[in-house]
Ligand binder design. Structure first.
Ligand SMILES: [Fe+2]
Ligand SMILES: [Fe+2]
Length: 250
């Protein structure tokens, strides 16, 4: 099954939070060992091309999740499933591993971490505007965009270590999207929520393209492919949430 239909066809669409805990715990025992032995040095031009976006994504993946976990605790206290708290903790841990993989790659080339990333700052501020539904809606937008980003990034260089990292990111982000879609399905998604998801996605895409179009173009994405693929992933997530919500209602 390729990533194009993974979101709707995976058997993970049947998971509840207990299954997600088992999944994340299993992943945690098998973390990627990044192998730099086959890597030739990157040219200065390639470094200039990839590292601004790698720094931004490294920052974005590295959140300690304090605000998110407080929102989750409030949701559980208000009657949400208790297992969600542990599942979310393990999810944040996995995201932090993503940040660590990118940092390993940056360290290998002597690239410093970014003090701040404008996109990440906007994302964090937006996430804090509402409750759990708002947090997860913003979070999943970033995860959906990550699918095209890591695909493009992996094609920008011949670096085996970077390809290895990007593959791991894609292997992890697709299940993350199913996990977040499941949560949205439990929060009574309505028509306005779907419109909001489409709006947030497309505004974000505009800024991501402005900032990192060079990486996308080098990785084989023109603007229309970038918009189309991201919106196709979004549609799959929306359909999945609606399908799951109908199941909860029975
Ligand atoms: Fe991630
Ligand atoms: Fe993720």
């Amino acid at each position: 099954m390729n990533s194009r239909d993974f979101i709707i066809r995976s058997n993970m669409t049947q998971f509840n939070y207990t299954d997600w805990i088992t999944y994340f715990e299993k992943n945690d025992k098998n973390r990627l060992q990044v192998d730099f032995s086959g890597d030739k040095p990157l040219s200065e031009a390639l470094k200039k091309l990839i590292f601004p976006s790698v720094q931004a994504f490294q920052k974005g993946e590295g959140s300690d999740g304090t605000f998110l976990m407080n929102t989750v605790k409030d949701y559980v206290r208000a009657g949400g499933p208790a297992e969600y708290q542990k599942a979310m903790q393990l999810f944040i841990k996995e995201e932090n591993w993503h940040s660590a993989y990118l940092k390993m790659y940056m360290d290998h080339y002597g690239i410093k971490t970014a003090n701040r990333s404008v996109l990440d700052t906007i994302f964090r501020k937006l996430r804090h505007l509402g409750g759990l539904k708002c947090e997860v809606t913003i979070l999943i937008t970033g995860e959906l965009i990550a699918l095209t980003y890591y695909d493009a990034l992996s094609k920008c260089t011949d670096s085996k270590a970077l390809k290895q990292i990007c593959k791991q990111m894609l292997d992890d982000e697709l299940p993350h999207i199913i996990f977040q879609s499941y949560t949205l399905s439990r929060l009574q998604p309505g028509f306005m929520d779907i419109l909001l998801r489409i709006f947030i996605m497309n505004v974000t895409l505009f800024f991501v393209w402005c900032a990192y179009h060079n990486v996308y173009q080098t990785g084989g994405y023109c603007f229309s492919r970038f918009i189309k693929e991201n919106n196709r992933y979004l549609r799959q997530s929306v359909c999945l949430s609606e399908k799951m919500a109908r199941k909860h209602a029975v």
